[in-house]
Design a protein around this ligand. Structure first.
Ligand code: ZN
Length: 312
């Protein structure tokens, strides 16, 4: 499933409890579907669940509509939800406060009765005409509409809730879109798609970390892996000596070095060197590590030139 489909599936799992919110959702189907006039409404969608959801919302408003499954020439399937029966259309127009003969469709604010109404309206608008880009590829969420006034008003609603939307005409479609990751996250949460919001958040955190790593100089990045590896090897050597009870036989500077390394296992060499009293140089500390490793090697029977390492 695409990210868009995940978002839609999550919205569809959300419960619409209040009757006013049902009306708001049904209203969004009318506004962001294919047709809405005095002959009724038509919503076309590739997601069967969206058509079923629309039918359910209308049914709860006391309006019955049909779902048709249509095969396209390319082999894909489109589900069409429609309200066409004149009696049902009349009920619907009365409910929404429209004549169906408006030259330009405008959202009636009277259709929003409670705090949740707007959230269900926007979420349903997304079900009908929205797409969201996979966060791994980029941040974008958009609503497409053939109606200029409607997209302008949707932009205003989104702006009012501080989602920072933009609007553009793309290939003849009025597009309301949001580009910033944090605002997309907020909008997804607002629409009831908390898991999708979490995915955006995780991606943003990942990108931030990667950017931070990229900002380190190449030299530092290249050394990062090596220095971690070296630190682990030293710690293994210290453990070997410790297990054999040989740590205490080492000269005092090496014992201190081993103790401090185990106390601060993650500290980079330069920072660890500062922990010594008096501080030692990075090169000096590196040399001590080498001697600890050689001592561990001697224990495990590997040949080493003993004479030299005995002196601090
Ligand atoms: Zn409501």
């Amino acid at each position: 499933m695409s990210f868009s489909q995940d978002v839609k599936a999550e919205i569809l799992r959300r419960k619409v409890t209040r009757p006013c919110c049902c009306t708001a959702a049904a209203y969004a189907v009318a506004c962001f579907g294919k047709y809405f006039d005095d002959r009724g409404i038509v919503l076309q969608t590739e997601t069967e669940g969206v058509a079923t959801f629309a039918q359910k919302m209308y049914a709860r408003c006391g309006i019955s509509g049909q779902i048709l499954r249509k095969e396209r020439t390319a082999g894909s399937v489109v589900y069409e939800f429609s309200v066409k029966d004149p009696d049902e259309v009349r009920k619907m127009l009365t409910l929404f406060g429209h004549t169906g003969r408006e030259t330009a469709l405008r959202i009636k604010p009277g259709c929003f009765k409670c705090q949740q109404c707007v959230s269900h309206f926007v979420a349903t608008a997304f079900l009908c005409c929205g797409t969201a880009t996979d966060p791994e590829k980029g941040y974008n969420i958009e609503f497409l509409s053939t109606r200029y006034q409607l997209s302008q008003q949707l932009e205003a609603i989104l702006a009012e809730h501080e989602f920072h939307p933009h609007r553009a005409l793309r290939k003849g479609a009025n597009t309301v879109y949001i580009k910033a990751g944090d605002h997309i996250e907020d909008l997804l949460t607002f629409m009831g798609a908390g898991n999708a919001a979490m995915r955006i958040m995780e991606q943003r955190m990942y990108n931030e970390m990667r950017n931070k790593t990229n900002r380190l100089s190449n030299c530092e990045t290249a050394n990062l892996g090596k220095s971690v590896q070296a630190a682990v090897q030293v710690q293994m050597a210290i453990r070997t000596l410790e297990d054999a009870g040989a740590l205490e036989t080492l000269p005092e500077p090496l014992r201190t070095t081993a103790k401090l390394r185990m106390q601060y296992p993650d500290l980079p060499l330069a920072r660890l060197a500062e922990k010594f009293d008096p501080p030692v140089s990075k090169a000096g500390l590196s040399h001590r590590f080498k001697r600890i490793q050689q001592a561990a090697q001697r224990l495990s029977g590997a040949p080493a030139s003993e004479g030299k390492e005995q002196h601090a």
